[in-house]
Design a protein. Structure first.
Length: 289
């Protein structure tokens, strides 16, 4: 009789544990499915946010370019009226790399970013009478890999709709979300580990984003100890200079133009035409305030 009871208990126990194992597997599958739905929802929200932001920037760009003050400044500058305007940069250092110069000295990325910003200040003021003010901050933790290694060209557009773009929009200057007449929005510069693309070390979505990305290694030429023009070049893209200057443009000395996409060792590739200068000044990022 005792054996029968023991056998019954064993059978019932095995059935119970088998049933419990099935329940756990089913619950695990439900949880995994829920997580997948949440991930997909977050991805969809990021993509929609990116598209809405690009549409918003397009409308803002059009309205700011045609407002009377911008038009007067644009036309006045073309005929020689050069009144100082202002541009604010918000530089966010994500890269934790360190670099050595030709003398063996160590350089941290924020220090290199500071030198590149000073170089951009010189270029913008001398060329377009735009005075840059800048704030440089570092972010030490919780930086996704997608934001450290970014793409350019079509890759930049896809990044803007995925994790990297969502992260950049959360960390860019708060002024990017304010649209007040004649109040400029800052350009945010993210200093990253690498920008992947065809012969590029920086990237901008032009008027469709208030942020640009620049490789940490493209801030200063540590062999010559000379700041590079990459940061200034990308900021100019964000201010409305959408294209590059090429060799077939015989009407300008293309090799010394800031928007020339070529060998950075050719000095000084930092000049702008009067029309380029006027376009930068009429950008939503520049104002008299």
């Amino acid at each position: 009789m005792l054996r029968a009871w023991i056998l019954l208990i064993v059978v019932l126990g095995s059935q119970f544990f088998g049933w419990w194992s099935s329940v756990k597997k089913g619950a695990k599958a439900v949880v995994q499915g829920a997580k997948a739905v949440i991930r997909a929802s977050k991805g969809l929200v990021r993509a929609v946010s990116g598209l809405v932001t690009q549409l918003y920037k397009t409308i803002r760009e059009f309205l700011e370019r045609i407002n009377p003050l911008s038009l007067l400044d644009f036309l006045g500058y073309l005929i020689g009226i050069r009144i100082t305007k202002k541009l604010r940069l918000y530089v966010v250092v994500l890269s934790k790399q360190t670099f050595q110069d030709s003398k063996g000295g160590d350089w941290r990325v924020p220090e290199l970013a500071g030198r590149a910003v000073e170089h951009a200040k010189d270029i913008f003021y001398k060329q377009a009478k735009v005075r840059i003010s800048a704030e440089i901050i570092e972010i030490f933790s919780d930086v996704p890999e997608a934001a450290l290694n970014v793409g350019c060209g079509s890759l930049a557009w896809s990044d803007d709709l995925l994790e990297a773009g969502g992260y950049f929009r959360r960390k860019q200057s708060i002024t990017s979300y304010l649209w007040l007449p004649f109040v400029p929005s800052s350009v945010t510069v993210f200093v990253v580990d690498e920008v992947n693309g065809s012969d590029t070390s920086g990237c901008s979505l032009g008027i469709w984003a208030d942020y640009v990305t620049v490789e940490a290694g493209a801030l200063v030429d540590l062999k010559t100890n000379r700041p590079k023009r990459t940061l200034a070049h990308e900021v100019a893209h964000a201010c409305g200079l959408l294209g590059h200057v090429h060799s077939w443009m015989g009407w300008m000395n293309y090799r010394v133009n800031l928007m020339y996409k070529g060998d950075d060792r050719i000095p000084p590739a930092e000049s702008l035409t009067r029309l380029q200068e006027a376009r930068i000044r009429s950008s939503p990022h520049c104002s008299y305030l």
